[in-house]
Design a protein around this ligand. Structure first.
Ligand code: GDP
Length: 609
């Protein structure tokens, strides 16, 4: 049984979540191979470099006589930032604190009027002369209200729903100062009312109750007050300290009183100050990948001042703030605490609730982002892994076939990725087959996705690209690693094919065969022909009349494009090969830009398997 691994006598070792046996071996001065052997003896097949679950690390520690403590990602992040001399909790100069607006989240039972209320509040604040009022959907907005003769701002997070609130808290972002609990006066306290209340209490956030729909004939606002006493919310008029305001969001009644109540509650129970000096810190409220603008994130500044041109890191994304916009679409040069802004310029899409911070140097933010990405990969890998025990390995061998389909899903927005994943898990599949998604994310397919897919424990994972693509380099890497990448732009088509694959019925018909790719180097306008793209053929060949799609930063920006004319120097050409320059026109795509990649293909009948 002994295999040469050293034994401990209860010594403590610290391992980060998702550590591998090699990492473990480093800590105890052992040979990684001996730990692989130990795990094998314990009935688990684990390779030296694969990332392990918490259970595996604890089990092995116990077996060898070490006390393993697994370091949480938050602690680890703190340690990581310390390497760059960044201390988020550093004391601030009290004399430089400014009063900041409260940040409010609206919660409540479905259909009680959260969306209508957010709309109504937004409308009270239509700036004179700005006919449309708030035009840009940025996931958060700020309104101004005159209170005791003073102009006060209030920031609203425009993401109703408890998920957003809890997701943010789960990621360590305490963003909300006050919760407005919406309860419909004609319906009373309902299950999600209680849920919302519990979330707010857990976060220790004061509550203002908006008793909504008081315009309805069957409204009974007093009953709502009565009901909520059971949950520890006693209205001020009954001697308690919670403000209840009767409103009707649809006709817009009581909105001023509600804003008043929010400010009174903020002033009574909260110390709303923040340092205005120093690099900005805050949290990501929402983000998505925009076809034209790249990663677009709404962030809320919590400390310091964010300026256009700052280098920031948000979760695993980093970049330089190219532009900041407010909810009216106006450019903002400086964002102070509690100001939500739309930020353009990040290299990838951070998640809601990720914290962000600005740093002096590009290099710092890049390094922090890279290290965080590496850690997250390791951690998500550890969590998604089901144990590869000897038993199920044997079973698989007996059956002589793949019993699970493992996927990595990448898409152009978190919404589409979630929708696809949800739909996939609704497919009815035979019991003996397992469907697993080991990673999902927004953005182009990257090297790390391929790494993850090829390192998957039980079967090489297939990568699904929904409206996103892999670069040639990544494609080559996938080919070498035998990782299949499938592209889709319509959800039901993806579902159909995966369903068919799961049922072993996938009948190949036509397949797309890539002919080649070209990169746009220059765009000129000709009065006769329109826009001409000057290109360099990067791979394969470009053929006149071939079908094409256009990629920008790894994302498909146009489908169903045709190479309508093709020239080499002054002559028409039928094809141009790799390494040569050409000029071409595209039908079906009117806005070529330098750097766009044209991917051409033809449809060929696929041989039946
Ligand atoms: P949410 O699910 O909480 O976001 O609820 P919505 O804002 O979508 O509102 C649900 C329904 O209630 C919609 O049909 C609204 O028009 C209606 N509603 C919301 N507020 C009021 C109100 O103050 N009075 C009346 N009569 N109807 C309202």
């Amino acid at each position: 049984m002994s295999s040469g691994a050293p034994r401990g006598q209860g010594q403590e070792i610290r391992l980060s979540r998702g550590a591998s046996l090699s990492d473990f071996a480093d800590k105890i001065n052992a040979n990684p191979g001996s730990l692989v052997q130990e795990m094998f003896n314990l009935g688990e097949m684990v390779t030296a470099t694969q990332s392990c679950s918490d259970d595996t690390l604890l089990l092995l520690g116990e077996h060898l006589g070490f006390t393993v403590s697994i370091v949480s990602p938050e602690d680890e992040d703190r340690e990581l930032l310390a390497q760059f001399n960044i201390d988020l909790d550093a004391a601030v100069d009290e004399s430089r604190l400014v009063t900041r607006p409260p940040v409010v989240t609206v919660m409540g039972h479905v259909d009680h009027g959260k969306t209508k209320l957010l709309d109504a509040i937004r409308k009270t604040n239509v700036v004179a002369g700005e006919a449309g009022g708030i035009t840009q959907h940025i996931g958060a907005y700020q309104v101004h209200y005159e209170h005791n003769g003073e102009d006060r701002a209030i920031t609203f997070l425009d993401t109703p729903g408890h998920e957003a609130f809890t997701a943010m808290r789960a990621r360590g972002a305490q963003v909300t100062d006050i919760v407005i609990l919406v309860v419909a006066a004609d319906d009373g306290v309902m299950p999600q009312t209680v849920e919302a209340l519990n979330h707010a209490k857990a976060a220790e956030v004061p509550i203002v109750v908006a008793v909504n729909k008081v315009d309805k004939p069957d409204a009974n606002p007093d009953k709502v007050r009565q009901q909520l006493t059971d949950y520890g919310l006693l209205a001020e008029e009954y001697g308690g300290d919670t403000m209840f305001v009767n409103v009707a969001a649809k006709p817009g009644i009581g909105i001023d009183e509600l804003l008043e109540a929010v400010l009174l509650t903020a002033d009574a129970s909260l110390e709303l100050t923040a340092p205005i000096d120093g690099p900005a810190q805050g949290a990501v409220v929402e983000s998505h990948l925009d076809k034209g603008r790249g990663a677009v994130s709404t962030v809320l500044v919590q400390k310091g001042t964010l300026r256009a041109g700052d280098s920031i890191v948000a979760g695993g994304a980093h970049g330089r703030v190219r532009a900041m916009l407010d909810e009216n679409g106006n450019t903002v040069a400086e964002a102070f605490p509690a100001r939500p802004v739309l930020v353009l310029g990040l290299t990838s899409v951070p998640g809601a609730g990720d914290t962000f911070l600005a740093a002096e140097e590009d290099r710092t933010v890049r390094q922090i982002a890279e290290q965080r990405q590496a850690r997250r990969r390791a951690a998500s890998f550890a969590n998604s892994r089901t144990r590869a025990t000897l038993e199920n390995l044997m079973e698989q061998l007996k059956e002589g076939e793949k019993t699970s389909l493992t996927l990595v899903i990448k898409g152009d927005s978190s919404g589409s990725v979630e929708a696809l994943e949800d739909a996939l898990f609704k497919i009815e599949i035979p019991d003996e087959i397992q469907l697993k998604v080991i990673h999902r994310g927004v953005g182009a397919i990257t090297e790390s996705d391929v790494n993850l897919a090829s390192a998957s424990s039980d079967a090489t994972a297939t990568i699904i690209g929904f409206n996103v693509r892999a670069s040639n380099k990544v494609k080559d890497m996938a080919d070498r690693a035998n990782v299949e990448i499938r592209y889709y732009s319509v959800i039901y088509q993806a579902i159909e094919e995966i369903e068919a694959a799961l049922k072993g019925l996938l009948k190949p018909e036509y397949e797309e065969v890539e002919l080649g790719t070209a990169e746009i180097r220059e765009v000129f306008r000709s009065s006769k022909i329109g826009l001409i793209a000057g290109c360099l053929v990067r791979t394969g060949l470009i053929r006149r009349n071939a079908k094409a799609r256009i990629l920008r930063d790894g994302t498909v920006v146009a489908e169903n494009v045709t190479i309508s004319s093709l020239r080499r120097f002054k002559d028409d050409a039928t094809e141009v090969r790799e390494g040569f320059e050409c000029g071409l026109t595209l039908s079906g795509f009117g806005s070529p830009q330098v750097g766009d990649v044209i991917e051409t293909f033809e449809m060929r009948e696929k041989p039946r398997a």
